[in-house]
Write a protein that binds this ligand. Sequence first.
Ligand code: SF4
Length: 854
Amino acid sequence: MLSKPELFTRLAEGHAAGITVVTPNVRLAQELTAEFDAFQRSKGLPLWEAPDILFLDAFVERLWEEALVSGHGAKLPLLLSSAQEQHLWEQILEKSGLLAVPQAAAQCRDAWRKRHQWRIRGGPAGEDTAEDAAAFLAWSREYERRTRGEVDAARLPDVVLDFVRRKPALLVTYAFDIVPPQAKEFLARFELAECQPDAHEGKALRCSFASAKEEVEAAAKWARARLEGGARRIGVVVPDLRQRRREVARIFSRVMRPGYNLPGVEKAPLPFNISLGLPLDSYPLAGAALDLLELAFGALAFERASRLIRSPFLFDAEGERARRAALDVWLRRELDATVPLAKLVGATERSPQLRRCLEAVFESVQGVQAQTPAEWARGFSVVLDAAGFPGERVLDSEEYQTLGKWHEALAELSRLERVSKGMSSREALAVLRRLCADTLFQPESPDAPVQVLGVLESAGLRFDCLWVTGLTDEAWPLPARPNPFIPLALQKKAGMPEASAESSLDLDRRLTAEWTRAADEVVFSFPAKDEDRDVAPSALILGIAEGEVAIAEFPRYRDMLFNNKKMVEFEDAKGPAFAGREVRGGTRVLADQAACPFRAFAKWRLAADELDEPVDVPDARTRGILLHAFMKFLWQELKGSGALSKNLQPALTAAAAAAVKEVELEGRFAELERERLVRLGGEWLEIEALRPPFAVALAEEKRKIEVSGLVFDARIDRMDALPDGGHVLIDYKTGAQSSLKLWLGERPDEPQLPLYALSAKEDIAAVTFAQLKTGEMRFRGYSKDKGVLPRVEQPDNWKGLLAVWKKETEALGAGFAAGEARVDPKHGLATCRLCHLQTLCRVHEKPHLLKGEE
Ligand code: SF4
């Protein structure tokens, strides 16, 4: 056993000493190299030979590469890449009837590797998993047959040494804990020495936090405090880092550098590094390339097409940035939820360069005559070139590295040539997408003092201080994770640590002990609650003394702004008065003014419109338009109560067909809507039949309405003439929300119908909602006299009611005309819940405004 100083002294002799160090993972190799460099620097050396320290798997592969260029190269079996292995397994499983073939293929690869690593031989032994295991053995035989003359990573350690001419004089294993039999046999063929990391005699304590989020937040603040206190190597372990990576990155970024993500702030490396990379396809550059190819060879969901046309990675994206953003808003109203390339080309006239770019893509696709993976890789490159990918903007470092990784993914697709038959464009794209999804990628950044790690990467590392989070009794020790394709008994017998709860406990107990030796200060923590549920600490940390960690408070960027004492208070509740007379938006403007003056100001004066989301099925708005059109056509045919005693079916059917045609619905949805309208209309006419005689005077009629000197467009759903000369104003409502409260009190929620009544030249005898909800159909409103409509109310004073409406609607009109823009949601949270303006009005900075009814 070599001590670390002895190891470094030997490594300092340089390459001539022939020493190679292997580690159980990449991170340990990097850390040991950094430590050795520090050791050399501490001696005042200006330069030295780089030590030969690498991950064991990389060492095995390097031996194969060395053999390839040696005299044995011709006899050496070719090494399959992991993508080639995966592809072969997928081909074998294609006929298995399994649903998730790529996932099953990945498990097969894992089982294949484990059988070799742990020297598991033999077949299933009458277990629950026997069926899976038997199937796996059959697939393995096929895999073996197909890979004859080749080798994969699982078998490479067993064969590579037969071709190696020159071995290191001494091979040192560093920080190994579990060594599977295959690795043992491989290592035994070298002159071998062992080295283990130094142990710290540190102080460990255990603490808890109210939630997992607070726990990570505290760890981030603690790390920043230690960093500012002079610590150079700080570790934070997050066991479920893969699932929580984004949240953890956000918290650490915010704590380490408040305001890091403000627009215009120069991108600078943050002082922490997260060990786990992200899938390549989650990087915008690779995502844009994949979306462009999917669009080029088929169609794209609108959301992704929208992102693509606004992406900086297409031709002249910078020059047409504003134009493309405006185009996106327009396309949202014009296109469907799925967009084929030809349709998008036709819709991009407003953005000439984009159109040119998409036309070039369209043409390039016609020229792609690919069949094999290599041909597809070339074809995809041609299409991307035609789109001007990756744009004319200078890429930043992260984008530049992503581009390199993207080219590697294309090359990997090309290399599938060796193991694949022909592919369709869909298959080739699916393979490329999966390659990108499986490639975890982390752009290189300068060495960071704070390391955020998963459990396995933390093993063997040494720090000045270390915090291990998330150690609840449910999360630690990790549950057993046996591979379903190897009989459980064989996995247990082989001693695989993840095969059973006992061996997993054993391994995690050792890891916990290892953490306590990893730094001078070690904190173990757990969240005491998971939402509302109490959570207990892991039994593995119960022996560690409870204590409290001092958590320094670091202000958020927002607090820093508020606290800088240079605040200028500015009451901003009023905009400039409305200068014109005609108001766009119709009488909805006054409904918004009633709900919240700021909402009306932002929507109708600043045009802060909500973006449309194209959908495949008719949405609530379309169904509303459809219903109004249906009623219009129906009453054009029926004309009044006189027709209600006849057979109504033909009129209902014709009106439904005309409405569906007017709204341009087609296919199955058109059929369903026609049926729905006929059903709804039939039910509603039964209510109409209960009324005294009437004739429909107008339907869907546009009028101009003047309020407080402003002119609004209005559309009256329907007005019926009564035999005595009175008129009934009707407003269709599809929900059950037609309460009369909507017309009453200050700032009435629905001022439209009162406005129509006040401005009508006709003699109004009743105003009413027609509540068109299946099972709850009824009129709901006010009439001047009894008996005008079934179940409507008579106010004590009809004229008084009209006077109140006049006062309230004029107050709303006057407020809007004066530029009134108070952030004042009428029903608090209930008003804001469905409003899209929350980030603009910043109502959440005034929580007292949000206490309203839900
Ligand atoms: S979110 Fe609420 S406060 Fe803000 S504009 Fe909308 S309704 Fe008004």
